[in-house]
Design a protein around this ligand. Sequence first.
Ligand code: SAH
Length: 565
Amino acid sequence: MTRSDPAIVILGNGSLTTARRLQQVYPGALIHGLAERVDGADRIYHDFGATLRELYQQGTPIIALCAAGIVIRTLAPLLLEKGAEPPVLAVAEDGSAVVPLLGGLGGVNVMAREIAAHLDVAPAITTSGELRFGTCLLNPPSGYTLGDLELGKRFVSDLLAGETVRIEGSAPWLAQAQLPEDAQARLAVHVSHAERSPVANELLIYPRNVLVAVSDEVADVPNVVREALHRAKIAVQSLACLLAPDSAMASQALREAARELGVPLRFAAVVGGACELARQAIGSGVCVVGDDAVAVALAEQPLDPMHIGRARGRLAVIGLGPGAAELMVPAVKAELARANDVLGYETYVRMAGPFRADQVLHCTDNREEMQRARHAFELAAQGRSVVVVSSGDPGVFAMAAAVLEALHESTDAHWHNVELEILPGVSASLATAAQAGAPLGHDFCVLSLSDNLKPWSIIEKRLDLAAQADLALAFYNPISRSRPWQLGQALDIVARHRVPETPVVLGRDIGRPGQTLQVTTLGQLTPDQVDMRTMVLVGSSTTCVFARADGGTWVYTPRWYGNKP
Ligand code: SAH
């Protein structure tokens, strides 16, 4: 199993030094610091419990610099749920103790040893098998997989009770463990890709050294794969990856088949049938059984699927929300974590960070949108995981439409094969409205006042009709240095249809440092109160205001219209 980068979670500045030392062990790890308590963390959080649980549920290894009890209590509600358990460790804030808590099969003891070695202390390892043999038999290294966990636990407890063991097959890591080996032992560890039902007193470990290639015409892929493996007398557990021709890259059926078989799906340019495809992909491998449709190939060593052919490229157009990390949807956070390349206007790319050293940032000017969209497809078509960032929602005056336009204009099959996904965000109008109350609580109209990409006459017409229709209005791009007069004109048009007392909300840098929220009226509003970082919300005839207990003003537009029901 390959481990993702851990999250280092700290509650105060006192833990920063130790946290930084842990970052030397895991350079990709980010330090998550409690807001207002920690200066200089990579990520800020507000709620310790919610943050820890979210990391756990995403399968992120957690190193918490706090009391073990706090971590246990926080994660306890999640422990009864089934699912993969990431490593979770508590480390004393001064680095004097390292306590592995959860994730015994996810390598927590390995991490505890790595951390303890760096901090020059003894790890608090309590797993008997680990202590006695120096390795977790039930957690073989990447490239190998355990046959049956329950049998394995029984096997380890027999060993702990004093039994000896034989090792059959090649298991380089076991040679280094301190196992009580004996050629005559009753217990045996059997390492092989052969299909075999376990006999009594046997622990089966499978090397993942088998590849199955399929052509794009195969139906019912999972069964075809299982049958082919069975014909070759190879265990399905040894399957390392499924390989298909480039032409099948967008196939939904293949994607589901790989998921069902639990292996990565990779692609290669096809020359000849499936057997040839397989042989080319793994070089020295032998094709055991195969025809044009499906082929099984065997390598001498475990295969690393990441080095076979290439993945289907992925392009996600994401919305960061207005700025604050809590307003970013979890799917967007997960997408940023998996990205190889991040493209966008520099301000937004910075807002989306921090990034790991292996992630490539492509910052461009705000106006080069089509060029950025095409660049994103070029990168994704190489099999990379690419993210294009927008602020707010990517579909609201932002990159999603530009990316789709670039794809629509392209005849390149590689671009069309990319897995494209648009992930939504909280748009500035909604973030601003929420802070003011509910000014958009009834029908409303969203307009960009920028005449860069549309004629001003169209904007005037839409404004006039929307104002006449008594819709509440949300103005994006209300003003800029190159468009100084447009907002004044827009307000004049609206004033033809609305009374001067109509409530207006101005949200500036909402969700960002230094945010301001102002409630005024149409009659009092002047363009100099507005800049390009402002959201302007103009109420309808029913929008009303009343005082908040804290001195501010609530603004809302009732859900009913005409007579109150
Ligand atoms: N996709 C973005 C909008 C991009 S257009 C979204 O959905 O929010 C840029 C305009 O959005 C700015 O001129 C400003 O009017 C508004 N805007 C973006 N972020 C904002 C914020 N944090 N606070 C107030 N207005 C914002």
